[in-house]
Design a binder for this molecule. Structure first.
Ligand SMILES: Nc1nc2c(c(=O)[nH]1)N[C@@H](CN(C=O)c1ccc(C(=O)N[C@@H](CCC(=O)O)C(=O)O)cc1)CN2
Length: 285
């Protein structure tokens, strides 16, 4: 494999070994970290991600509970499940798989999760603490990207990082975490008039927009590090990122592939957060 590739599977596996060891230490003290995942509806991709989360928990010795609910589930019914999990001593982390069916208010659901069990890092309390640089649950995908950069020895301080995309889940926290590591950060989005003029200034380019292969060689500065958060299907139904991998490859210093880049790190960081939550419970007791 080319040394230009930032391999999320390998880096994730290294981190998972550490988690496994720490989980065992907790279990030896009589505490088993527990994660509850709620899946509403029948989105095929969500089913895959949730199955992968369950498998990863089982491999690392984390207790997991999957609550599958039909797509007709009302918001009130969903909130009742969350209320129970909020006070369930076996559960350290609660994750509601997104996206939710349209009739359910996502933000309302996120805000109903106890901040102590918010292993997704989406609750306003977690977001506020993250912005202030205080210890909290960091959102899994941006946190995973930071780990990829760290494990790949990519220097961040003093570099120009350009984030394309401004979702609350990825783009916005991504820029903040890079800023906290002393990058100069530029956000780009659908209203940015000349995208290439911005992205060609990036030493580190993070793309999280959900549009297959939209970033081409013309958007890249020679020697840039490119992180592709996209997860799309191309015209042949093959999984691909937001970056046209083949088009940019010659120009970049390093790049994450899709699959095998950021995706596996999202699940790894969920396990990190679940462990962190279980450890915090021990400290409180
Ligand atoms: N509550 C949440 N919902 C969603 C999140 C999230 O962080 N919290 N993120 C995404 C989906 N996601 C995790 O839930 C996720 C996406 C992709 C992968 C992954 O490992 N992808 C593989 C390819 C998998 C495949 O073959 O389809 C890869 O990139 O190698 C993991 C997790 C939206 N919802």
């Amino acid at each position: 494999m080319s040394n230009k590739l930032i391999n999320g599977k390998e880096i994730g596996a290294q981190i998972r070994l550490t988690i496994q060891k720490e989980v065992k230490e907790l279990v030896d003290q009589g505490i088993t970290p527990g994660l509850a995942v709620i899946l509403v509806g029948d989105d095929a991709a969500s089913h895959t991600y949730v199955a992968n989360k369950e498998k990863a928990c089982a491999q690392l010795g984390i207790y997991s509970e999957l609550i599958r609910l039909p797509k007709e589930t009302t918001e009130v019914e969903l909130l009742a499940h969350i209320a129970k999990l909020n006070t369930d001593a076996k559960i350290d982390g609660i994750l509601v798989q997104l996206p939710l069916p349209k009739h359910i208010d996502e933000q309302h659901v996120i805000e109903s999760i106890s901040p102590h069990k918010d292993v997704d890092g989406f609750h306003p309390v977690s977001v506020g603490k993250m912005l202030l640089g205080q210890p909290t649950f960091l959102p899994c995908t941006p946190h995973g990207v930071m780990k990829l950069l760290q494990y790949s020895n990519v220097e961040i301080a003093g570099k120009h990082a350009v984030v394309v995309g401004r979702s609350h889940i990825v783009g916005v926290p991504m820029g903040q975490l890079l800023l906290q590591q002393d990058a100069t950060v530029t956000y780009c989005h659908s209203k940015t008039p000349d995208l290439a003029a911005m992205t060609t200034q990036a030493d580190i380019l993070v793309v999280a927009v959900g549009r297959a292969k939209m970033i081409k060689a013309e958007h890249i500065k020679e020697g840039a590090v490119v992180i592709d958060v996209g997860m799309n299907r191309d015209e042949n139904g093959k999984l691909c990122g937001d970056v046209d991998f083949d088009d940019v490859f010659e120009k970049v210093a390093a790049i994450t592939p899709v699959p095998g880049g950021v995706g596996p790190m999202t699940i790894t960081m969920l396990l990190v957060n679940t462990l962190q939550s279980a450890k915090a419970k021990v400290k409180l007791a």
